[in-house]
Write a protein that binds this ligand. Structure first.
Ligand SMILES: [Zn+2]
Length: 377
């Protein structure tokens, strides 16, 4: 085991097994930000002009159609603020959809409603069959992989492309932004949520029922077929405008009565449990390090503040006990069974069938072409 080391510039550390440091102790995540993201990231005049050009194109191609673009709405700050901008400031007509995987917090449901309603939009909700979702999630628990959020994530991606195809929508709006996500979870922590070879292996080995209605989408289908043959494009509007988390959340509160969550991604009760407890406890992966480091690099948090916050667990003890019970009950297992999963030996994607070579190859090409500037592998 290598010695524990933390970056001198952000709070990423050797819990990312692939991290490397330069002679000043600065990590490769920081380096990627300074070299590959910052020089190309423009939220001033240049960015604004570029976004306006894209918006004009989206509007023109959407003439006569019910919608000119599509976006998913989680109720989190990023998607909420993006929806506000594109509708109010740019006059786009998005199909707004939400995937109900059974884990929405009441707050998330309310946040989605207030914004969608005030903007006069319809919400398309895709409800995932709960018995299937539950069985799929339990299969991931049994696999002892860190990626137990894949059943939720994958349903979102598949639903997005299903709607895009059904309504012949060419533009997908994505709330991803460098401001709060210039560092993404290290490769070992997240893997690829659309590796169907792996997903099918997990289902075959550990899933107790057939997933008849759960929406699947292969990367070959959505990344290659839909993007290159059907010409579907993904736009990330928040990267072209000034976007600061605190300011955006204050604005959403005042304008829409939107309410903040205690932590990023906590709009889903499952993701809260997964990121706030399961990943750090079972695997030693604390996603706050990634979130805080992104905020440090973009000047929205100090390193000292992040270090202080990281001393406390993401979910306090009493709340955790409640959450633990809630998760076990909802999954239809006992607290003891859930605890047993926690204590089983951990596995990585290498322990199951996978197409990592294909995904890494794709990521390499996207980086080389400058289409993707994030450090994905
Ligand atoms: Zn760093």
């Amino acid at each position: 085991m290598n010695e524990f080391k933390i970056c001198t510039n952000c709070v990423m550390d050797t819990t990312d097994p692939d991290i490397s440091f330069d002679k000043n102790g600065i990590c490769d995540h920081c380096k990627n930000y300074y070299n590959n993201i910052l020089p190309y990231w423009n939220t001033g005049e240049v960015g604004n002009l570029e976004l306006r050009k894209i918006i004009a194109k989206i509007k023109k191609e959407g003439q006569g159609k019910d919608f000119d673009c599509i976006m998913g709405m989680s109720g989190g700050a990023d998607s909420s603020y993006m929806l506000h901008i594109v509708v109010k400031e740019f006059g786009l007509r998005p199909l707004v959809f939400h995937v109900d995987g059974g884990w929405n917090s009441e707050l998330a449901v309310k946040n989605i409603e207030v914004i969608v309603e005030k903007l006069g939009l319809d919400l398309y909700t895709e409800v995932i069959n709960w018995e299937e979702m539950k069985a799929f999630q339990l299969a991931y628990f049994r696999s002892n992989l860190p990626y137990i959020d894949i059943p939720q994530d994958h349903a979102f991606v598949a639903t997005l492309y299903k709607f895009a195809e059904k309504y012949k929508i060419k533009y997908i709006l994505n709330g991803f932004n460098y401001s709060t996500e210039c560092i993404i979870n290290p490769f070992e922590w997240r893997y690829y949520g659309t590796d169907l070879a792996q997903i099918r292996d997990i289902i075959k080995q550990f899933c107790q029922i057939d997933l008849k209605t759960y929406p699947f989408s292969s990367v070959l289908y959505h990344k290659f077929y839909l993007r290159y043959f059907k010409g579907i494009k993904v736009i990330k509007p928040l990267n072209f405008v000034p976007y600061k988390k605190e300011i955006a959340m204050d604005f959403l509160k005042k304008e829409y009565g939107w309410q903040p969550y205690p932590q990023k991604h906590f709009e889903s009760r499952f993701t809260k449990f997964y990121e706030g407890f399961w990943l750090p406890q079972k695997f030693g992966y604390d996603t706050r390090k990634v979130q805080y480091s992104s905020l440090i690099l973009t000047g929205q948090m100090t390193r000292e503040e992040a270090i202080e916050k990281l001393k406390l667990p993401a979910i306090d003890k009493t709340e955790l006990e409640r959450d633990f019970e809630y998760i076990a009950n909802k999954l239809g297992i006992s607290i003891e069974e859930l605890n047993n999963f926690l204590n089983q030996p951990n596995k990585t994607f290498r322990d199951y069938k996978n197409q990592v070579w294909l995904f890494n190859f794709g990521a390499y090409i996207m980086n080389k072409l400058g289409i993707d500037r994030l450090k994905r592998s």
